[in-house]
Design a binder for this molecule. Structure first.
Ligand SMILES: [Zn+2]
Length: 242
């Protein structure tokens, strides 16, 4: 190999090396750009989930919209915004309030109560958040909005102002034991979701003295209901501390 040939070969080798380095730099920069964009998108998405501030500066929790609770399917069918039953007032969540529909008619299940509520709430300030029967749950309102179920107006710290209301069906063609169980599972889920405890479980009776939830009260089963909620609630707490 003469001198000229040697010079040409080493130049070619050098150029190949430069090209390889350029490709590497390009790939690394591309990766950097992708990860910056990805991080920015992630930050934006997580910001969108932060709770909305209220007028008094306290933070209102975002409403949950479960699809199932312990295998019980949940259908979300929200009342139209601004109707008498859904004024859209955001508030703190302090209690889960238990009612029963006191309607033993055949067919008075969760779906029929959802239909009923959708008509009534257009005319009257009457509403609640969930109806549960022996096989399904309907979700009528965001949990962080005021509803009219406890007959205590908009009293601060009251059932309407600060409670998430569950109506348990008592239709005679339904399995009440299963509805009772499903209601307890939903209550435990909501207590856990909003950082409450079983001590925050209330009866409609506690706010306005109405004999509600009548079926549970008159059969002396309130403590049994609370125990069922507490048992499931404790499982949620144990799972989250694992
Ligand atoms: Zn009630």
């Amino acid at each position: 190999m003469d001198n000229l040939e040697y010079v040409l070969m080493s130049r070619r080798r050098r150029q190949r090396k430069i090209r390889a380095r350029r490709r590497l730099i390009f790939a690394v920069s591309l990766l950097l750009v992708i990860s910056v964009v990805f991080t920015a998108v992630l930050i934006r998405c997580s910001r969108a989930e932060t709770p909305a501030p209220t007028t008094d500066g306290s933070e209102i929790p975002e409403s949950v919209y479960p699809i199932t609770v312990d295998g019980i399917p949940v259908t979300t069918r929200l009342l139209p915004e601004g109707c008498p039953g859904r004024p859209g007032t955001l508030r703190q969540i302090k209690y889960v309030v238990i009612h029963d529909t006191d309607n033993t008619s055949t067919g008075a299940n969760a779906k029929n109560h959802a239909n009923y509520l959708e008509n009534t709430a257009q005319e009257t300030p009457l509403s609640w958040h969930y109806t549960v029967d022996d096989h399904e749950i309907f979700h009528h309102l965001p949990d962080n909005e005021v509803a009219y179920h406890a007959a205590d107006g908009e009293e601060e710290g009251g059932g309407n102002k600060n409670g998430v209301a569950i109506e348990i069906c008592v239709n005679e063609d339904g399995d009440f034991e299963q509805a009772f169980q499903n209601g307890a599972m939903l209550a435990a889920y909501l207590l856990d979701a909003y950082g409450l405890t079983p001590a925050d479980l209330r009866q409609h009776y506690d706010f306005s003295g109405k004999n509600c939830p009548r079926t549970i009260r008159e059969s002396g089963r309130w403590q049994e209901f609370v125990d069922l909620v507490t048992e499931r609630y404790n499982e949620y707490r144990a799972e989250s501390s694992e």
